[in-house]
Every structure is written in structure tokens, then in C-alpha cells.
Design a protein around this ligand. Sequence first.
Ligand SMILES: Nc1ncnc2c1ncn2[C@@H]1O[C@H](COP(=O)(O)OP(=O)(O)OP(=O)(O)O)[C@@H](O)[C@H]1O
Length: 369
Amino acid sequence: MAGASPSARAEVVVPLDWAGAAATVSSEPAPPVVVVCGPKNAGKSTFSRLLLNLLLPRYGRVGYLDTDVGQPEFSPPGCLSFHVVDKAFSDLLNPSLRETERCCFFGDISSKRDPETYLNCLFHLYDYFVEKYRCSVSETIPLIVNTPGWVKGAGFDMLVEMLRYICPTIVVQIRISVQSKNLPDGMFWLDCGQTGPNMINIDAPFRDSMNRSLLIQKDSYGMRECRLVEYFKQCFPSDISLTTNKELAYALTSLPPYEVSISDVMVIHLHFQVPRSEVWHSLNATIVGLAISCGTTEAGRSIPWCVGLGIVRGVDVQRGILYVITPVPLKHLQRVDLLLQGLIEIPKSLLQVRGCVSPYMPTNVLHKI
Ligand SMILES: Nc1ncnc2c1ncn2[C@@H]1O[C@H](COP(=O)(O)OP(=O)(O)OP(=O)(O)O)[C@@H](O)[C@H]1O
């Protein structure tokens, strides 16, 4: 299939080396821990989906560690998450929201701003996987770790840290024809002489007539917006038709919000500081991570688990109440004691609806409740 043109992209292309790599991984004697890495848009997510579909019939359940905060596979933007998947992908080309087993809200679309916290979230999720799915033979499941496409500079350093921590049994590296954009060949994260995992190199799926990789650029901004729109659509039963963003914006406006007493929650600003007197106002018309505080782990980390996202659609400082819209079920919300504010914004398409004053702006937030 080398030489396939990207115009065929409505259907997944499975080059021979991809099929071979997936077959090798799925025939490993023990459930593998596979890290998929390579430059941006090389096909890491697509290959990971293909691999997951191949592992499922044998294992029944496959763990998936979603580490790309810009374009997560199963969660809204800003999250790192761990999933146990038991249903194959019917669409290999597009991500789909699924319930997470564990999620950390990093609150930004790139790890650049705070690599240390990013890595701590990732290690925390991996520790969870190991504790729950590697300690007892009967529970053991394979794991796919799809990594971000930032493979140079600090992005490379983070990938090295990630690989050293996870110690995968297989690394699948996707390479493109511009060698300078690829990761180094071989076990680049290990010191000389150390033994490592099985390495498999495959090529990006599309090539031009000169055999150069053709990368399909994605509309990352648009995809993030869609992700958030899809996420907040879950506030409504699936049989309610919300085909346009305008319909969704109206529906969100008329949805009775949860009332959260300010005294019951603590606010953590993840990537900036806010003067004490402005903390509550700063939440208005923002997306927050709804999280549950936890004690410090054995590894010395205290990263709260996030149960989902919410839109703070109003703040009544005098009554000490926040008004929050979220699709998170009440049983999980009852345990939430932290609001994590990052830099994930309400999609513009929900804020700037023609013929409708934005439901989230401060002057207009409370009177419809
Ligand atoms: N085998 C394939 N067949 C058809 N389309 C593909 C294939 N692989 C990738 N694509 C398309 O190429 C684009 C990039 O692929 P993908 O999202 O899998 O790359 P990625 O390496 O995960 O990107 P990122 O670095 O942004 O996470 C997507 O639009 C995807 O649908």
C-alpha cells in the first residue's frame, strides 16, 4: 500500500507494515504494554485504534492510556486519562468520547506550560493501571499508550521520561520520510548497554510518488471545539435532537444548573494565579475540572482524580453559590470537593450564537435559572 494517496482518507489505509506490526503485538505471549510514538500527524492515534481492535478479541479488555492533552482519544481536551475498552472502534479515523476509568485534569492543550505536573499526572495514571491490572494474573490486561506528537526539545525529554517510567514491552515508532523530524532510531531513552523492549518501526501511511510521507494536517482547533460540544451534549438525553451549536447553546441556557455552595469546594488555578478577592468571580463563564481531592500517594504525589468537566454559568457571591452545568452523574458529583481551573475555554461556537445573548456572560447568567 506504499504510495497510497491521502485522498483515500475517508477509509482507513492499512499498509503492510502496519498490519505486520499489529499482528506481532497481538501475538505476544503475555499481555503487552505498547507505547506508540512518532511525529505529529504520523498516524499514532489511527494505529493505536487499529491495534486495540486487534487485541480485543484475544483479551476481551484493553487498557488505553490517553496522554495527548490537545487531542485526547476518549476525553475532552485538557485531560489525561486511563480507559478500559471492551468495545472495538467502528470508526478508525476519528476519536470518540467514552467513559474514563481514571482521569486527571491538566487544564491545558499542551504540556509545555508545566511538564512536571503533566508527567506526574501520567505517572499517577500508569501507577493506577499497574496496581489494578498488573498485580493479579487474572486481572492482567494489555495496555496501549498513545503519546503526543511533540518529539523535539522538551517534548523529546518528556517522552524519554515517560518511556523510562513505563518500561514498555513493545515500542512502535512511526517514522516519516523527513528524517530530521523523526525520533532517533532504536532505544533512544535507554543508556548504552541497557536491554529494552521489542522495537517496531513502521512508516506513516501515505506516500507521494517520490515515496515521501504525506502528512494529513488536522484542524486541531476545530477538533477541540467539536470535542467540547460533544462532551456538553451529554447533559441531555441522547434522544433529544441537538444538531446545531445554536440549539445546544439554547439548551444549555435552559438547563437547570447544579447549585454548589462555595464553602463546599476549593478552587485550584492550575496555570496562573488569581488575587484572593477575585477567585470566585474568576470562575464565571469558564470550564472547570470537577475533582476529588486525595491523599498523597506512595510515590509522594497528590493528584486529584477528575470526574468530568463543568461550565460555571453563574456565581452568586452574596449567597455563596456557584451554578454549574455538567453531564457528570450526581453520584460522582456528590464527592467533588475541588474545582480545577485551567485554560480550557468554552467553545466560541457556544458563546457567540447568532440571535441569542450568550448564556454564560456575567450580566446575563442568573435571571433564567
Ligand atoms: N492509516 C490511515 N488511513 C487513513 N487515514 C489516516 C491513517 N493514518 C492517519 N490517517 C489520518 O491522518 C491524520 C493524522 O492521523 P492521526 O490523528 O492518527 O495522527 P497522530 O500521529 O495521532 O496525530 P497527533 O500527533 O496530532 O496526535 C488523521 O486525519 C487521520 O484520519
